[in-house]
Design a protein around this ligand. Structure first.
Ligand code: NAP
Length: 295
């Protein structure tokens, strides 16, 4: 298949590499010529340029720009496209994208690969990034069934686990497992750095080990992406943050009133629930067909 990729950063370049390994022809478009040069040199794309017109003859295009650029990119792409071309995106939020994109282009399918790291740009690309990871497709009643099937078929060939959800269901779920952790982790770093005693702060830095590294990792990632999640998934993030604040207040209350058994019960429940929660995503294959049938 002839596949286009717009935005050759972490996600776009990782997709490009995998598609080329599978024998597809990949045409890349990015903002900077330097990115395009790397994409060709590293065999991420067969050809790459800053010209959206180069995607004219592609059958499917993945838009992997930052969230704010997705709709403007579709608007710029449309004059160059054959009506049968299928567009899909990789954005981490779907409610702000899918309806608008489908209005602009009938063959649009919303998507979100649940894979990545805290780096950004083409240098951060990873081979085989998507294998064995969830990939969410967010069809609506307006989504063209043939376009959905073709995107799903290609995604499945990356050895992803496909899940189907509405854009709203997707945004509420990722608020819990992706966007809230970023805000919580960022607050943790911020609170720690505001320690008023310089000696204690210095000791904290010197003593920091795996616990702090694990819990601060996502809060120390790409600032632009975190900001866009807050901006474009505002209501769902606030919903999760308010519930998180309630749980935090509850723990503070238990400690203030020395209710040690309450703390132990909570931690014991979490110990087993966390294992079940984490294992669930690695066990499922092509999940949530009930949601898919209902859209
Ligand atoms: P990224 O590494 O910053 O890559 C985006 C690339 O797009 C940039 O390297 C930039 O390349 C290019 N770009 C920026 N504005 C552009 C424009 N207007 N037109 C064309 N190219 C443009 O970001 P990413 O992490 O790959 O994220 C890309 C998308 O995937 C986002 O929508 C994000 O929400 C989503 N996503 C990210 C992750 C993650 O963990 N990072 C996971 C799943 C989904 P130049 O150097 O050429 O400017």
């Amino acid at each position: 298949m002839k596949i286009g990729i717009v935005g050759i950063g972490l996600i776009g370049a990782s997709l490009g590499w995998d598609f080329r390994q599978m024998g597809h022809q990949v045409i890349g478009v990015s903002r900077q010529q330097a990115t395009c040069d790397i994409a060709e040199r590293e065999a991420i794309c067969d050809r790459a340029s800053c010209d959206l017109a180069s995607l004219k003859a592609t059958e499917m295009i993945f838009i992997c720009t930052p969230i704010a650029a997705i709709i403007p990119t579709i608007e710029l792409l449309i004059p160059h496209l054959h009506p049968d071309t299928i567009l899909t995106d990789a954005a981490s939020v779907k409610g702000a994208i899918v309806d608008r994109a489908t209005d602009l282009w009938a063959n649009f399918v919303g998507g979100h690969p649940m894979a990545g790291n805290s780096e950004s740009g083409i240098a951060a690309f990873e081979k085989g990034l998507f294998a064995e990871r969830p990939y969410v497709l967010t069809p609506t009643a307006q989504t063209a069934p043939v376009a959905l099937e073709r995107v799903a078929e290609l995604i499945r060939s990356l050895h992803c686990t496909i899940h189907y959800a509405t854009p709203a269901q997707h945004d509420l779920a990722v608020a819990w497992i992706s966007h809230l952790p970023i805000m919580v982790s960022a607050s943790l770093i911020d609170a720690c750095l505001h320690e008023s005693d310089p000696l204690i702060l210095d000791f904290a830095k010197k003593f920091a080990s795996t616990g702090f590294k694990d819990t601060s990792r996502v809060g120390g990632g790409n600032p632009e992406m975190g900001m866009m999640m807050a901006e474009y998934n505002r209501e769902a993030i606030l919903r999760s943050l308010y519930q998180y604040r309630d749980r935090l207040d509850s723990i503070i209350g238990s400690i203030e009133s020395k209710q040690w058994s309450e703390i132990k019960d909570l931690l014991s429940t979490n110990q087993s629930n966390r294992t079940n929660f984490i294992n669930c995503s690695s066990l499922e294959k092509d999940g949530d067909f009930t949601i898919r049938k209902n859209v």
